[in-house]
Structures are given as C-alpha cells and as structure tokens.
Design a protein around this ligand. Structure first.
Ligand SMILES: Nc1ncnc2c1ncn2[C@@H]1O[C@H](COP(=O)(O)OP(=O)(O)O)[C@@H](O)[C@H]1O
Ligand SMILES: N[C@@H](CCOP(=O)(O)O)C(=O)O
Length: 318
C-alpha cells in the first residue's frame, strides 16, 4: 500500500496538457514506495514516473528537483524532471506538489557483485563532480546537527550499552568534525541514501540513481561511506566484502581521485555512515510518524555495522 493520494487517468488528462508530453495513455500506481504516491505514467512521448509528494512542501522540493535536472543535464544517470509550459518542475495536483520525471529502465540489484559496485562507484564520482556548479544550497538534513538533536529523543527507549555507544559515537563524530582533516574534505551536493533500492540496473548496466529526497550538501566522502556500507557488506554480519569495496573505490577513484585528507577521514566516515542510519532507524522505530514507515527498518543492522567498523579497519581508499 503506497498510493496515498488516488489519481485516475481522467484526473491527469487535463493536468498533463501543461507538459510537452502529449496525451496521457496509461497510469498505474506503484505499490513499493513508503513516502509518496508514485505512478508509472505512459504518454504519447514515452514512459515517466508521476510523484505526488505527501510530506515535502512546495518550498522544500526545489532543491531536490533542480538537482536532479542539473545532474541529468550533465549526463549523470538520474530521472530527469520535466518542466511544464511555465518552466516549473513542481506543479499542484489534487492540492499537493507533484512532478513528472523520466522512468529509469531495469530494477534494483539487491545481490550486487563487484561489477555492479564498480558501476555505482564510477557514477557516484561523476555525480559529485557534476554537482560542483549546482547553485542551490541545503545542508544534509540528516547530518551532525540532526544527530545531536535526535540522540536525546531515542536514549530513553534503549538499553544502557546501546545508549553508551550512541552517545560516545556522536561525541566522537562531533570532535572529528571540528578537526583540520575534516575541514579539508571536498563538499557538495550528495545523495546521502544511495542504497541498493535507490539504484536501477539493467543486467550489469547501471541505468540510474533515484530517490534524491535525502540529498543535501555534505562531504563527498560521507556519500561514499553510506554507499559502501550498503553495497559492499555481508548483510548478516555487516563485515565488508573486500572485492566489492575495492571495485567500488577503485572505480570512484578513477573518475575523481580521493585526496590525502580523505584517506585520513575514511575509517571515521564509515562509522558516520553507520551512525546516521542507526539513529534514523531508532527514531523511526521508537517514535513512528503517522501513516509513514509502515514497517520500520531494523535498527540493529546498523548498530552491528557501527560496532564492526569500530572494531575492524576497512580497506584503504586507494
Ligand atoms: N524514475 C523512476 N524510474 C523507474 N522507477 C521508479 C522511478 N522512481 C521511482 N520508481 C519506482 O517506484 C518505487 C518507489 O519509489 P521511491 O522513490 O522509493 O518511493 P518513496 O519515496 O515513496 O519511498 C521504486 O522502488 C521504483 O521501483
Ligand atoms: N535507506 C534508509 C531508509 C530510507 O528509505 P528509502 O526507501 O527512501 O531509501 C534505511 O535503510 O534506513
């Protein structure tokens, strides 16, 4: 169940005349989303995805939609938002913000091999470089400030050993963020949630990154760490798989070479990537928001990854 706002083909018939897409021919609800109402939309011009945003507002959306447009215009494989006849990427439908983006071919690769990780690494580096001249600014809204504010909200619900780990890791990350190595890290727009379910593959060919609604400006290395922590691990133990890590990092490095400062920050950043999702999953688990997160993700998965990253050094960046 994921279509929160029902839309019929008739509803779209008039609305779509403002887009250069010809007539709407078919509209099919997508059941797998959890945040928004998504539809596959076929028009005379091709196949698209129509999204009605259930939580993000007209004011919040331009950063994400313009970023996708910016990246698509520079050859990064992401859904390209379609502008209406006024040049707008976000238009009201049933009183809520809505957008149409191009449909990516393929499906998510949930059991990736090194070849898939290499594709993701190379495209991620390309995306970081393409974002350099993006003009809109927004911090990563799930970054350090959010960790600081959210930790006290979950502490009452978790046992002492987890509480200790959470507090000490947030403190460790805050201390690191104040050091010179951190300040030298490359920053820019990052996806910040590039998990396997947010990337499409057609066989071994990557067809695109999507779901940019956690994007913000942060260190590029944080993006790499989040991605490695999902794509390159044994899912039962959280232990890194050397072949997949190497494939992803080498492919990234070949497009955008890692810097000296990044090598110093790498182990800490992998911990930051684990902490970010441990904390958001704890928050969603203990303080569920109404009508969202129908089945909260398991927080212990990222607690395990965090403990593993603290205990075992990861392969070097290059
Ligand atoms: N541009 C796209 N091209 C192809 N499929 C897409 C696209 N955008 C979304 N989807 C499909 O819709 C599903 C839900 O999208 P997602 O962004 O995860 O929704 P939500 O934000 O509601 O969680 C995805 O798993 C994917 O199958
Ligand atoms: N990737 C996050 C949750 C965000 O959900 P998404 O479906 O929008 O990627 C997690 O696994 O905790």
């Amino acid at each position: 169940m994921a279509v929160f706002t029902p839309v019929s083909l008739e509803d779209v018939t008039q609305w779509i005349t403002q887009f250069p897409l010809g007539q709407a021919l078919e509209l099919k609800g997508i059941s797998s989303g959890i945040e928004n109402s998504n539809f596959f939309l076929t028009t005379e011009r091709g196949e698209y995805v129509l999204t009605i945003f259930e939580n993000l507002s007209f004011e919040q959306l331009p950063f994400y939609l313009n970023l996708m447009r910016h990246l698509a215009d520079r050859g990064v494989l992401v859904p390209a938002p379609i502008a209406n006849d006024k040049g707008e990427l976000i238009t009201a439908l049933h009183g809520k913000p809505a957008s149409i983006v191009t449909k990516l071919e393929g499906s998510s690769q949930m059991s990736p091999q090194p070849v898939h990780c290499a594709e993701v690494g190379a495209m991620l580096a390309k995306m970081h470089l393409a974002g350099l001249d993006y003009k809109l600014q927004q911090p990563n809204l799930r970054g350090l400030d959010w960790w600081h504010e959210t930790t006290p909200l979950v502490l009452p619900y978790i046992p002492e050993d987890k509480a200790q780990l959470l507090k000490s890791e947030v403190h460790y990350q805050e201390t690191f963020a104040a050091c010179d190595h951190y300040k030298q890290l490359q920053v820019g727009p990052v996806h910040a949630d590039l998990f396997r379910n947010n990337v499409m593959f057609d066989g071994e060919r990557l067809t695109g990154f999507f779901d940019f609604y956690f994007a913000g400006c942060d260190t590029w290395l944080f993006d790499v760490a989040v991605t490695v922590n999902d794509w390159c691990i044994n899912l039962d133990t959280g232990v890194l798989d050397e072949a997949r890590v190497r494939a992803m990092l080498d492919a990234y490095h070949a497009v955008r070479p890692f810097t000296e400062a990044e090598t110093h920050a790498w182990q800490t950043m992998l911990r930051a990537g684990a902490l970010r999702f441990w904390l958001s999953r704890l928050y969603d688990f203990y303080r569920p928001r109404e009508a969202e997160m129908l089945t909260p993700h398991d927080p212990t998965h990222f607690e395990r990854i965090l403990r593993e990253r603290i205990a075992t050094p990861a392969p070097e960046l290059f």
